[in-house]
Design a protein around this ligand. Structure first.
Ligand SMILES: Nc1nc2c(ncn2[C@@H]2O[C@H](COP(=O)(O)OP(=O)(O)O)[C@@H](O)[C@H]2O)c(=O)[nH]1
Ligand SMILES: [Mg+2]
Length: 196
């Protein structure tokens, strides 16, 4: 039998969500030493990449980490358009960031139309116990938001709660997202967008 030659694929994802929810920390937890900082930081975009071997693909996985300032919306647009997936992050200990989550999806929808595979992430779960129950965003609320969004926008999405500090659920989330992009790439042509 001939050995199977893995497909070479480039998958790009973009981290979105309010400031200070843990986007950069999630990226760093996952990227470890392979993290590369970028000259694009001054315009509100950071870039990192990692090579991953899956069962049938060699993946070059690129993460764009976008600053949340409204003034950078013009810049963000190009990154949305060049992405194969989205990672939307809110903080479970900051309800305002959860309330704003839908605004981020609306912005993405404005520039992308049909949304690509998406991970909705409630981060900072290691800090939940420090706060009164009524203040924190519960797992149930997060899941309901994700379900609503999946139904409304007909998008392939997962919901996970993570801690960038302990690393809880971060690896799983990225592995799942790569699988989703891989499934999706068999169906749709690659997006245009910044070459990196
Ligand atoms: N305890 C805890 N702190 C976190 C977590 N994620 C991020 N932080 C802290 O929250 C602050 C903002 O994180 P950062 O990654 O810069 O957020 P960003 O603005 O969304 O990129 C930093 O002080 C991080 O160390 C987490 O899961 N748990
Ligand atoms: Mg950041």
């Amino acid at each position: 039998m001939k050995p199977r030659i893995p497909r070479m694929m480039t998958y790009k994802t973009v981290l979105i969500g309010d400031g200070a929810v843990g986007k950069t920390s999630i990226r760093r937890t996952y990227m470890g030493k392979e993290f590369m900082s970028s000259h694009l930081a001054t315009i509100g975009v950071d870039f990192a990449q990692k090579h991953i071997q899956t069962e049938d693909e060699t993946v070059r996985f690129i993460i764009w980490d976008l600053a949340g300032q409204p003034t950078f919306e013009r810049v963000r647009r190009h990154y949305y358009q060049g992405s194969h997936s989205l990672i939307l992050v809110y903080s479970v200990i900051d309800r305002e960031t959860f309330d704003n989550a839908s605004k981020w999806l609306v912005e993405a929808y404005k520039y992308m139309g049909q949304l690509p595979p998406t991970a909705i992430i409630g981060n900072k779960i290691d800090l939940r116990w420090e706060h009164p129950l009524e203040d924190v965003v519960s797992n149930k609320e997060g899941r309901e938001f994700a379900d609503y969004f999946i139904e409304k926008l007909k998008v392939d999405a997962i919901f996970r709660e993570t801690s960038a500090l302990t690393g809880e659920n971060t690896l799983d989330m990225f592995a799942e997202l790569i699988k989703m992009m891989s499934r999706n790439s068999a169906r749709t042509p690659p997006p245009a967008g910044p070459s990196v």
